[in-house]
Design a protein around this ligand. Structure first.
Ligand code: HEM
Length: 220
């Protein structure tokens, strides 16, 4: 996971460091002067966030260097804030169609919500909840890796299925990566969360009496 994140982050950055719209990997609308700018302003901080993420989850690193974890955490969050603002414009300007715009809009909403929750929980000292929200948030960041993997797979399949259009491959890749990155972390979060403990005896009795009161006399 770390290798693919680092690989995609570096691969993504290189094309946009030159500032040359001709080197963009997605079509740029020549009519909209800020389209290319929005893609660059998105790609650079988003790549930084993708790069930082895996190191934040490394327990030995977190335990030995908590200050580094805090500093990198702030850089990660600020990078996502910039990347998200730029992504709003990139989504509005994209030439890749409405299904892609809808997929990216939902991703922007989920990316923002999970980041806000990750920040709020750690400010309140709720470390376990912070961990859970940041797993969700980084999983969404990782959608960038899956998207490119699916896109590569789709383009390879296109050789055998020439009827497939680029738009079909691209929009399916966006949607598949978003769905997988929303569902998979839930599995890991549930697997590793402690099983819910039974309520204390006194409270259980209270609950029972409340429920009993709710049962109509006829059925008792
Ligand atoms: C998870 C939230 C993300 C959202 C909502 C998002 C949104 C977008 C949008 C709307 C575009 C323009 C696509 C188009 O016009 O077809 C785009 C392009 C791009 N994004 Fe993201 N993105 C996200 C995460 C990332 C991450 C983590 C990276 C890090 C590698 C990244 C790197 C790029 C790059 C490099 C492009 C330009 C296209 C390319 O060269 O592949 N994005 N993104």
């Amino acid at each position: 996971m770390t290798l693919s994140a680092v690989g995609i982050a570096l691969f993504s950055v290189i094309a946009y460091l030159s500032g040359d719209p001709a080197r963009s990997r997605i079509p740029i609308d020549p009519e909209i002067a800020t389209h290319y700018l929005s893609v660059v302003a998105h790609a650079l901080p988003a790549s930084l966030a993708l790069l930082i993420g895996p190191f934040q989850f490394a327990t030995p690193l977190r335990n030995s260097f908590p200050r580094v974890h805090r500093i990198l955490g702030r850089v990660y969050m600020v990078s996502i804030v910039f990347a998200t603002i730029a992504a709003v414009f990139a989504t509005a300007f994209t030439l890749d169609g409405v299904p892609v715009q809808v997929g990216f809009t939902l991703l922007i909403a989920a990316w923002t919500y999970t980041l806000v929750q990750g920040y709020r929980t750690i400010r309140r000292g709720q470390v376990q909840l912070h961990r859970i929200w940041m797993i969700r948030n980084y999983s969404l960041t990782f959608a960038a890796v899956l998207l490119r993997a699916f896109l590569g797979l789709g383009l390879a399949l296109q050789r055998s299925f020439p009827g497939l259009t680029f738009a079909e491959i691209y929009s399916s890749s966006v949607w598949a990566s978003v769905l997988i990155c929303v569902i998979v972390p839930e599995y890991f979060i549930l697997q590793r969360s402690p099983a819910p403990r039974a309520a204390p005896r006194g409270r259980r009795e209270n609950t029972r009496s409340t429920n009993a009161a709710a049962i109509p006399v006829r059925s008792r």
